[in-house]
Design a protein around this ligand. Structure first.
Ligand code: HPA
Ligand code: ZN
Length: 324
């Protein structure tokens, strides 16, 4: 079953590229850029990865991103992830990046986008892997800061497929970002948002109705609102679920209690994704095999998840037809 999953062509739709920065590369970049890390070894970094909720993870994740300074650093991080995709039969990926994590440290948004995009183009030419890039606004920062970030990114619009919303969810409802999402939509960008990870089902309603999202990232708390679940089914609104992340951030107490297969069996268009693989102990295949090991996922269900990943992606309809 594990090798079946490994060979199954898949798309990944919820991966924060800064969350793919492995401790080894973090250490290497810290040395290359003469940045002080509060850790003395790769082992020390790994042993700090014990989280009790989203915020305890974000604190350490933003700190790790400090080693990223130059275009080549963003290229190296992205290429490491794409090589991993190649090994795991991930043939299409839609990646998030957090520009404000970098621009707030004085790094030009163009440096960030160019480094990531150059790796995406190389993966396309070298092994035919397709991809898309989604700019995420940090929701713990202001709506004005998000609008300013969108303005800075517009000269690079041709390298983006959409915008998203991430970081600390509780206390930062989607409605805070209605104006900036409206502007992004007017610019022809698609929209997605993290909602219903730690936040209530109401945040999912807001993301749908106010931010006009095409997908919900996480969304597992939809289960608390039966009318919402029915809407997700009726409108086939995809959820990009991240099982291993949910376990590591204590959104679920045990993988055996995860609701992803229950939602799929009810007809919700769920997908499986890695979120921040360097921090949560595994890439995409690990997220599939965890469902086999803890929820007795069948090969038919694994194939359905892989099918859903293409159906929920932003690739064109004729390319989607090839994966059905
Ligand atoms: N939730 C919110 N923000 C994030 C996450 C997440 O799971 N990962 C990286 N930024
Ligand atoms: Zn995420």
């Amino acid at each position: 079953m594990h090798s079946f999953i490994n060979n199954l062509p898949k798309a990944e739709l919820h991966i924060h590229i800064e969350g793919s920065l492995e401790p080894e590369l973090m250490f290497q970049l810290a040395q290359r850029n003469q940045i002080e890390l509060p850790f003395n070894s790769v082992e020390e970094i790994r042993s700090a990865y014990n989280f009790s909720n989203l915020q305890t993870f974000l604190d350490i994740y933003y700190q790790g991103a400090n080693v990223l300074q130059h275009e080549q650093d963003f290229y190296d991080m992205t290429m490491a992830y794409l090589l991993r995709c190649k090994e795991e039969s991930v043939i299409h990926s839609e990646l998030f990046f957090d520009p404000q994590t970098h621009t707030d440290r004085g790094i030009e948004i163009g440096t960030v986008i160019s480094g990531i995009d150059r790796a995406l183009q190389d993966a396309k030419t070298q092994w035919g892997m397709s991809s898309g890039l989604i700019l995420c606004f940090l929701r713990h920062l202001s709506a004005d800061a998000a609008m300013d970030t969108l303005e800075q990114a517009l000269p690079y619009k041709d390298k983006l497929i959409g915008v998203g919303l991430d970081s600390s969810e509780l206390g930062h409802p989607p409605e805070k970002f209605t104006a900036v999402f409206e502007r992004a939509l007017a610019e022809g960008l698609l929209t997605v948002a993290h909602a219903g990870e730690e936040g209530p089902a109401d945040y999912i309603w807001q993301a749908l109705d106010l931010l006009k999202v095409s997908r919900i990232d996480h969304g597992v708390r939809c289960i608390e609102d039966e009318t919402l679940v029915q809407r997700l089914i009726d409108e086939q609104i995809p959820l990009t679920v991240c099982p291993q992340s949910n376990l590591k951030l204590c959104v679920v107490d045990a993988m055996s209690q995860h609701n992803i297969l229950q939602l799929m069996d009810r007809g919700v268009l769920v997908t499986t994704n890695s979120d921040d693989p360097a921090y949560f102990g595994g890439y995409l295949n690990k997220n599939y095999t965890a469902l086999v090991d803890s929820l007795d996922m069948t090969s038919e269900q694994a194939v359905q998840l892989a099918r859903n990943s293409f159906a929920a992606s932003f690739v064109s309809d004729d390319i989607k037809a090839d994966f059905n």
